[in-house]
Write a protein of this length. Sequence first.
Length: 449
Amino acid sequence: MPKKAVKNAFYYYMLDFKEQQRKAGQDFKNLKEVAEAAGPAWREEPVSVQTKYKHIAEKEKQKNNITARKYTSTGIPLEFIEQQNKERQDAEQRERKDIINFVTVNAISGGAQTANIYVLDVNSICELTNGEHIIGEFTMLRFNLNDGIIDLYHELLNPGSIPLGYASKVKEGCQEFSLNMPDETERRTNYLQVLANIIDYLKPRDRDEQMLPPIFTMPEKVDAVQSFIGEMCRRAGEDETLFRIYNLHYLLFSLINQIKSQPDEGFPKESLALTYLRNDLFRYTLNIGCEHHNSLDKTPDCTSSRVKRWAYMVMDSCCPVLGVDMKPGKHLPADYDIESILTYKEEKKRKAKSTVAASCNIQDMDSSVSMSTNTSVASNRSYGAACNVLPKQQRQYNPLRKPGSKEYFTAPELSESEFPSLSQSFGRGRGSGSRNNLSNNFGKLNINN
């Protein structure tokens, strides 16, 4: 069935024009004559009049369900998706601008070492179809480059009842993060109190400060953290815009590039900072999680362990650039020997420099040999001296056994009489044959030779 023609603004202008001409005593046989007569008048009408008829046409389209909207295959309007993408891009731009301002202000004022940084991690045991997350554990940590890890706020949550149809997913999530299943018989977590504790934790100095400091986390945790904060704010009637959830890797990228003094320091690209954090160099550090996970030997799954590892990696990158003395238990895990690590790094640098110098001497000696034949002896001596600096270890190949070893003997020679007899076989095709035929064939073989 063909689609109905969409009536535009000029159509409704023609209807009014036809009515006006009828009152004036002029009749038209059809709309074609009306269009020819109304065309010049329509082009001379001011913009306000044309806009009025455009609004009339749009209202009629909505009444007849003839809309200009386009939809996806799942029935979602493309305008809605474009609006979401625009909001996401605007949020990313605001985030980057806010982080750059935070880093720049602290660097200019000399407070980069003492500026507190807050990181938050959650263990989401289930994601619902509406995008919300059921959180079983969270940890918020405060640290700065000068003092290292200051303190943290950790809680195991009991959401109570499980939404209908999600028990299996919740069970899998609890097994993944080594958490207990939500229990309705136990006391349910007071989320209002948790939200109040988080707000107090974020602004311990100035109670009258309205703007809370930003909270940093990894990109894959942003949705779960926003769902966790948003759910508590909705229950408490609090404004969600008080909390700013930002990416930790962009903070590291901006911070180290702001405070660096050498061109080989920092990260040339934002993706390298993200890759560095995802390498998780301190993943298997013992006893940095909560009591529950430490007792189960599941420290890497704990949110307390995770935020500490993030803080360690940020400080491990930025503190040497600022010349901050790193202390075990504050800037690095408690079992790290800082002096041995620094000694090893200095020795490694010294060896690298001597290797480069030796290789340069070798190249110089080669060029002198090609330029002058009179000094070939001296050049060869210098080249040999340079080679002595970098001795080459030749590989030695040991055979598995010596040739002609007595441990191995040649096979004995067999005569026709000593050869085992073959039983008569009955078969089909070319493979069939009698015992005599087989013996005749073997008789042709000269085994003794």
